[in-house]
Every structure is written in C-alpha cells, then in structure tokens.
Design a protein around this ligand. Structure first.
Ligand SMILES: Nc1ncnc2c1ncn2[C@@H]1O[C@H](COP(=O)(O)OP(=O)(O)OP(=O)(O)O)[C@@H](O)[C@H]1O
Ligand SMILES: [Mg+2]
Length: 229
C-alpha cells in the first residue's frame, strides 16, 4: 500500500503542495483530478523522487521512501509514467522498453509486456516517434512496467489523445489491475476517464485536496466545477 501523509512540496520559497494525505490500497486505483497548474505533476514527481519533499511522509508497504533516490523507489515497487510520455522518438519501440530495464528485474523485454500490449510487439522495430499518441502512451506504460511495480503512477495519460483512444487507455489500466495486480495512481483532467479507472477520486485545488470520494459517491457536478475554468 502507498500511504502519503501531510506532504508539503515547494519550489524554493513557493509552496505548491499543502498537507496532502491519501492512500492507495493494494490493487486499488485512485485518480487525482485538478485543473492546469493545481499541482498534480508536482505531487506525483515528489512521490517518485524527482522533487524533494519539504515535509511529510511517503510510505510504500510500510517503508518510508520519501528520502530515497528515485531508482530506490522504483526498486521498492513504484513506477512512473511522466506527463507528455517522454519516449525516445528516434529509438525503436523495443529499445524504448529496454530503456526501462536499468533498475528493472529483466534482461530482455519480458513476455508479459508484449502479451499485454500486442501492438507493441508488432511494432517493436519501428521508431517510437512514428507511433500514434495512443500507442506512445502504451509504450510509456510498457517501459514503466518492466520494473514489475506494485504501484503505477501516471501523470495525465490522456493528454493530447483522441477520445476513442482514451477508452483504450482506460481499458489498459483496468487490465493492469485485474491481470497483473498492479495498483494505479493517476492524475487527470478528463473526469469521465478518471471515473472509468478509479475507485476513489481526489480533487486537487491550489495544491490541497479539497474533496475526496469513492466513485459511487462522487458529486460529479461539483467535481466538474473544479475542473472548468
Ligand atoms: N520547476 C518549477 N519551478 C517553480 N514553479 C513551478 C515549477 N514547476 C511547476 N511550478 C508551479 O507549480 C504549480 C503547479 O504546477 P504543476 O505542473 O504541478 O501543475 P499541474 O496540475 O501538473 O498542471 P498541468 O495540468 O498543466 O500539467 C504551478 O503554479 C506551476 O507554475
Ligand atoms: Mg502536470
């Protein structure tokens, strides 16, 4: 289980994340929704260790990880898919997946990756930059999966992706949980996507969690009001 307690994160003197607490149970899915600039990326980057925390706790399976280097957090079971995907466009699909292996537990692309994303197997020799946006998102997820995470953290996976493909990404995340037993923490602005993948919805507004509800109990109009400008 991932447990975040009273987390504060700053850029210099400017505090962006204020006293954030939540948890992601084993094999559960939690969505953090919020408008542009509300702190979603800052929060997720602090969880994976790209930004130091000012105070608070991040624990994974009972171990404090907030002071560990990113690669140690990956070894502890966390994986991260950055906003904008950040694949290497000039490398092949296969090379992109292998680039996730440095801290991973495999020496070649493990079978389960291609079983999970057959389209990546078909395209394994192609330059990643020539894939569609949805395929690139699958590739970014595949690269993260090679470390065999227990929690996959994704920052706005639907950004810049057309609606029909957004559905496919939702299906992939739901299969990740069902077939591989991986918990999911995802930031989003597309509420329909968040509701399709998550058990719990948290609303992040100006760096604070201002609402949290299980999917069945969400006041959709209220949450939507936080997402529209
Ligand atoms: N490197 C940085 N240095 C200083 N301030 C930053 C830095 N990165 C982000 N910020 C500020 O922190 C706040 C939160 O930004 P963040 O990128 O976390 O928001 P976000 O919710 O991910 O937005 P988006 O939906 O546009 O990706 C914003 O006010 C932003 O200007
Ligand atoms: Mg962001």
């Amino acid at each position: 289980m991932l447990k975040v307690t009273n987390l504060n994160v700053s850029y210099g003197d400017s505090r962006v994340i204020h006293d954030v607490s939540f948890s992601v149970e084993d094999n559960a899915a939690v969505a953090i929704v919020g408008r542009n600039g509300m702190g979603k990326s800052t929060l997720l980057k602090s969880l994976i260790g790209m930004i130091p925390v000012a105070s608070g706790s991040i624990s994974l399976d009972g171990h404090e990880i907030s002071t560990l280097a990113s690669f140690r957090r990956v070894q502890a079971g966390m994986a991260y898919v950055p906003q904008g995907r950040m694949i290497f466009p000039l490398l092949s699909v296969e090379e992109n997946i292998l680039s996730g292996l440095e801290t991973g537990r495999y020496e070649a692309v493990p079978n389960f990756i291609y079983e999970f994303f057959p389209v990546l197997k078909e395209m394994s020799g192609r330059k990643a930059g020539n894939l569609s946006g949805g395929q690139q998102q699958q590739l970014a997820i595949a690269r993260a999966l090679v470390s065999k995470p227990s929690v996959l953290v994704l920052d706005e996976p639907t950004e810049g992706i057309q609606p029909s493909i957004i559905k496919e990404i939702a299906q992939s995340l739901n299969r990740l949980r069902k077939e591989l037993g991986i918990a999911v923490l995802v930031s989003e602005q597309v509420l329909s996507f968040a509701l399709e993948v998550a058990d719990d919805i948290l609303v992040l507004d100006l760096g604070r969690i201002v609402r949290s509800a299980s999917k069945g109990a969400v006041d959709i109009d209220e949450v939507r009001s936080y997402l529209t400008v």
